[in-house]
Design a protein around this ligand. Structure first.
Ligand SMILES: NC(=O)C1=CN([C@@H]2O[C@H](COP(=O)(O)OP(=O)(O)OC[C@H]3O[C@@H](n4cnc5c(N)ncnc54)[C@H](OP(=O)(O)O)[C@@H]3O)[C@@H](O)[C@H]2O)C=CC1
Ligand SMILES: CC(=O)N[C@@H](CCC(=O)OP(=O)(O)O)C(=O)O
Length: 341
């Protein structure tokens, strides 16, 4: 038996990645694909790399017959997503890839996103979508809120260390480099080739909105209030995020905590002590690579994590969650090796 799924926002980057992954998933079939400006177009015209697939034409959300659809991926801007998700019929399970339902406290959402929540009545039932940390809740959820891609990258490195108490929670500095596909497909001046290529720069200053996700999840893991310093930088590459976490602790204890936490996690690979990961080694995959390198200064440690923002950072994570919600094997459709070079 296969489950029918819809992708709302199928003409965007995460939508394309979902189609690519689901196309070879044995337990899922694509029942509907939705877009806004591109409604009425074929996937072949919007994404020529997917033209070999036999797929439904893009339609507006209100044109979909939801009766045969089991699960919807909402890959939309966050405010729009809240409205669209609220209008879906109750029998449809939802994985929202946006920031719309990630922050448990609507006042915190309003503070960081500058906009009132448009689906308040659904917020309480939303489960945070970092699969490795919310697996049991996700299995029983109707609405899952996918983690931000920067947030996911930092959390894979830091959450086990905060839970194990092997780092100082008051001294966490996260520096990230992020590929431009993280900004989505819609045209933006700051994302032009001439603005992004041949250099790098920090963005989201003074405080990037994913800081709110870090504060929420890090405080929960540490059992005390945690406020991180987080700076993302745009790198001239399409995919990938690398996080360098500067922490205080004992490097061997930190490495041991990561090895122990991820021993049974198929997508989380902890490199041997002293090795650092690279975005090019996880490209196109659902894997996250983690590394620990001690500094020459005693007690100063670098914790690295690398993932593909369009895969483990959004669409791969969403598919992993869909597998959990539909009672399918968690790794189904996700075990392909990264693309290299
Ligand atoms: N890119 C990334 O790495 C990550 C993205 N996310 C989040 O996932 C979501 C999708 O991101 P991404 O794919 O990059 O975004 P894109 O900008 O590439 O795509 C957005 C999609 O939303 C559709 N859309 C926009 N407005 C409306 C509307 N009013 N009604 C219906 N559909 C609409 C667009 O349709 P059309 O093309 O027809 O206008 C398009 O299909 C965002 O919330 C993003 O923040 C989360 C983690 C990582
Ligand atoms: C390069 C770039 O602009 N990246 C995006 C991250 C994309 C993401 O995770 O966005 P949401 O939280 O909106 O889902 C950013 O930093 O805002």
């Amino acid at each position: 038996m296969t489950h029918s799924v819809a992708i709302i926002g199928a003409s965007g980057y995460t939508g394309a990645e979902l189609i690519r992954l689901i196309a070879t998933h044995p337990g899922l079939r694509i029942g509907a694909l939705c877009a806004d400006r591109k409604a009425g177009q074929t996937i072949a015209s919007v994404f020529p790399h997917l033209r070999h697939l036999d797929l439904p034409t893009l339609v507006k959300v209100d044109e979909v017959d939801w009766s045969g659809i089991d699960l919807a991926f909402a890959a939309l801007p966050h405010g729009t997503s809240q409205e669209v998700v609220a209008a879906l019929p109750d029998h449809v399970k939802v994985i929202d890839l946006s920031a719309g339902f990630r922050l448990r406290d609507p006042a915190v959402y309003e503070k960081w996103y500058g906009d009132a929540h448009r689906a308040l009545h659904l917020q309480d039932e939303a489960v945070y979508g970092l699969s490795e940390f919310y697996r049991d809740e996700i299995k029983n959820a109707r609405l899952v809120a996918g983690t931000g891609c920067n947030a996911a990258t930092g959390m894979f490195g830091m959450l086990p260390l905060l839970s194990a108490g092997v780092i100082d929670p008051d001294e966490i500095i996260l520096d990230m480099v992020c590929g431009v596909s993280g900004a989505g497909r819609a045209a933006k001046e700051a994302m032009l080739h001439s603005e992004v290529s041949e250099g790098t720069h920090p963005y989201g200053l003074p405080v990037h909105r994913h800081t709110s996700e870090f504060d929420q999840e890090f405080s929960k893991a540490a059992g005390q209030k945690v406020e991180v310093v987080f700076t993302p930088h745009l790198m001239p590459a399409n995919r990938g995020i690398l996080c360098t976490g500067h922490v205080r602790g004992d490097a061997d204890a930190i490495h041991a905590a990561l090895v122990e936490r991820y021993a049974d996690e198929p997508f989380c690979v902890v490199l041997p002590m002293g090795e650092a990961p690279a975005t090019r080694h996880v490209r196109g995959s659902n894997f996250v690579h983690l590394g620990v390198v001690a500094d020459r200064k005693p007690g100063r440690v670098r914790v690295f994590s690398a993932l593909d923002n369009l895969n483990k950072g959004s669409s791969g994570q969403a598919l992993q969650n869909a597998n959990l919600m539909l009672g399918l094997p968690e790794t189904e459709g996700l075990m392909m090796a990264p693309m290299f070079p």
